[in-house]
Design a protein around this ligand. Structure first.
Ligand code: IPM
Ligand code: MN
Length: 355
């Protein structure tokens, strides 16, 4: 079976980490006899430099014509003072909307080998295994109206329709059924109408899942619980901005944001991207952690192609490499011992190929 995948390396460390993820996917294809075809397209700052547009039409077209999209990262310090619609990030937001995926799955779990890499005490972080389901197409990121008015004041709109909340809530409950059957819905219903609606709809959806326990938490309190009792969470479902913030926090809790992968499902084509950004401070140095991108590739195999065995093989290779002492620069306490991006990718390929 021929599977075509669009790769969007993007900016900063994006090309370095997607390069390794593609290498790992090629190793999977060899081992399990699949035919993968990759086509690389521009997005973000490099696309603006080339064509003036952070999401050129041919990039979106290629994505819509492929079976899945693998993205590195977008963002560049050169654009810090640009209006938001002219920034690299605008390309990513238009891509997300164009592909239509509304449920962004961000698993965060502690690898046993990395217990000591967490800033939290081992007894607190042990057993942490959560899945953040971030709503990706609504809320402040996309709400209208937005802008700057005549007086110079700036505004954004946090807007959610019942349908938007319901569809992402259903994804969260379905996924909870495959896990520990607990959903924590995170909102700010003591202050925001959009959160009151969110909570009402989630409660209504929960009635269809009597076997799943539902709890509600305000986002401020959730931020605290994440560090004081991270292992108590199973599935967290929340709106776009809250999910963005809490997933970075979850990354730090499990040792490094560089480890976190994501899958965006529910649209025409699945989008897979590490949770970390373009990390301009280390771009081009070859020291970025490619595991977030590699684990995103595993999620692609699982969610876009239903290749569960292949996905699990990547995850197992990562687990084994870490257990055998793999450290990347973000995880290393002493720099000398750390593998660079390419060495890390190559090691995962070795484990995958049964070395
Ligand atoms: C993420 C990123 C993006 C977001 C940025 C780059 C637009 O932070 O995927 O978490 O805010 O969604
Ligand atoms: Mn983010």
């Amino acid at each position: 079976m021929l599977i075509n995948i669009t790769v969007l390396p993007g900016d900063g460390i994006g090309p370095e980490v997607t390069g390794e993820a593609v290498r790992v996917l090629e190793a999977v294809a060899r081992r399990f006899k699949h035919e993968l075809q990759f086509s690389s397209q521009a997005i973000g700052a490099n696309a603006i430099d080339k064509s003036g547009d952070p999401l050129p039409p041919e990039t979106l077209r290629s994505c819509l014509e492929s079976r899945a999209v693998l993205l590195g990262a977008v963002g560049h310090p050169n654009f810090e003072r640009h209006p938001v619609h002219q920034r690299p990030e605008a390309g990513l937001l238009r891509l997300r909307r164009g592909l239509g995926g509304f449920a962004n799955l961000r698993p965060a779990f502690i690898f046993p080998a990395l217990i000591d890499a967490s800033p939290l005490r081992p007894e607190i972080v042990r057993g942490t295994d959560m899945l953040i389901v971030r709503e990706l197409l609504g809320g402040l990121y996309f709400g209208e109206p937005r802008g700057i008015d005549e007086s110079g004041a700036a505004f954004n709109t946090m807007r959610y329709s019942e349908a938007e909340v319901e569809r992402v809530a259903r994804v969260a409950f379905e996924l909870a059924r495959l896990r520990r059957r607990k959903v924590t819905s995170v909102d700010k219903a003591n202050v925001l109408e959009s959160s009151q609606l969110w909570r009402e709809v989630v409660i209504r959806v929960a009635a269809d899942y009597p076997d799943v326990t539902l709890e509600h938490q305000y986002v401020d309190s959730c931020a605290m619980s994440l560090v004081s009792r991270p292992a108590s969470f199973d599935v967290i479902v929340t709106e776009n901005l809250f999910g963005d913030i809490l997933s970075d926090q979850a990354g730090a809790i499990v040792g490094s944001l560089g480890l976190l992968a994501s899958a965006t499902i529910g649209g025409r084509v699945g989008l897979y991207e590490p949770v970390h950004g373009s990390a301009p401070d280390i771009a081009g140095k070859g020291i970025a952690n490619p595991l977030g991108a590699i684990l995103s590739a595993a999620m692609m195999l699982r969610y876009s192609f239903a290749l569960e065995t292949e996905a699990a093989a990547i995850e197992q290779a990562v687990d084994q490499a870490l257990a055998a002492g793999l450290v990347t620069h973000d995880l290393a306490t002493s720099r000398a011992a750390a593998l660079n991006t390419e060495q890390c990718g190559r090691l995962i390929v070795e484990y995958l190929s049964g070395a």
